[in-house]
Write a protein that binds this ligand. Structure first.
Ligand SMILES: NC(=O)c1ccc[n+]([C@@H]2O[C@H](COP(=O)([O-])OP(=O)(O)OC[C@H]3O[C@@H](n4cnc5c(N)ncnc54)[C@H](O)[C@@H]3O)[C@@H](O)[C@H]2O)c1
Length: 252
């Protein structure tokens, strides 16, 4: 129960789904978590539930100033910053023919640019701490395409290679900061809830999504959080710039 003893982790998208499940694990393993999210009601409620080891920080990941404030609040409250999970994201269905410029920008701003700003804001504080671990959530749709998710695939592909740059840069600079990407299959969180009731042919949305995975089911947020915990901890000390897939066999 002390795999993250005394480590401080900032989690964008920490109010819900995979980010919230990771916050619970961070606290269980002896760390401190900052839930940084644009959903203040949900984020504050979870922070209250998890107690003194958790702080809520309001954050729109597309806002550079808000990122700097979230990092400053983290260091002010808990003394340092060792881990960053970039989990904030939006999932949108569209194709190259029907996606507007505004929609393309919105999805790429939140998923792609938000991850860039998070890494940039966190690195100086991690340098001060003597090192750290950054985990960026991409997707299986950052590894392969999908006819129904053009802007999302573009944004998650960007996260995959941004991660490799951050890893290589920090290694070259000898900062002791590692950076890896996580690629979930379909995980049963509020993000995909609207799709579960939308029929696909003669199947329910849930059945259709389940059958994409050889394990025959959706993933759980806790299953992705367990992989993230490994990456945030020193157990993964020789892993950087790598892709960690958690997809029930989907990409196999
Ligand atoms: N659920 C899946 O099937 C799945 C699959 C692959 C990848 N992912 C990725 O995992 C990450 C977490 O998704 P989830 O499934 O936990 O979804 P979720 O909807 O449960 O949580 C996403 C969180 O991000 C926050 N958020 C959204 N836009 C924001 C912004 N601009 N600024 C700050 N916070 C913002 C939301 O308020 C929410 O709390 C996302 O990056 C998503 O793309 C999810």
């Amino acid at each position: 129960m002390s795999r993250l003893a005394d480590k401080v982790v900032l989690i964008s998208g920490g109010a819900s789904g995979i980010g919230a499940a990771t916050a619970r694990l961070v606290v269980r393993e002896g760390g401190k978590a900052v839930l940084a999210d644009r959903d203040g009601a949900k984020g504050r409620a979870l922070a209250r539930e998890l107690g003194d080891a958790v702080l809520f920080a309001p954050l729109d990941v597309t806002d550079e100033t808000a990122w700097n404030k979230a990092v400053a609040a983290t260091v002010e409250t808990f003394g340092s910053l060792h881990g960053l999970l970039n989990a904030a994201g939006v999932g949108v269905r569209n194709s190259i023919e029907d996606c507007s410029l505004a929609e393309y920008r919105r999805v790429n701003d939140i998923n792609g640019l938000g991850t860039f700003l998070g890494c940039q804001a966190a690195i100086p504080a991690m340098k001060q701490a003597g090192g750290g671990s950054i985990v960026n959530i991409s997707s299986v749709l950052g590894l392969r395409g999908a006819s129904y998710a053009m802007a999302y695939c573009a944004s998650k592909g960007a996260v995959r290679l941004l991660t490799k740059h951050v890893a290589l840069h920090c290694a070259q600079m000898k900062y002791g900061i590692r950076c890896n990407s996580v690629h979930p299959g379909y995980i049963d969180t509020p993000m995909i809830a609207p799709r579960l009731d939308q029929p696909v042919g003669n199947m329910s949305g849930r059945q259709w999504l389940e059958e994409l995975h050889p394990l025959g089911r959706l993933g759980r947020a806790e299953e992705v959080a367990a992989m993230i915990l490994f990456l945030l901890s020193d157990e993964s000390s020789f892993s950087t710039g790598s892709e960690f897939v958690c997809d029930g066999g989907l990409t196999a």
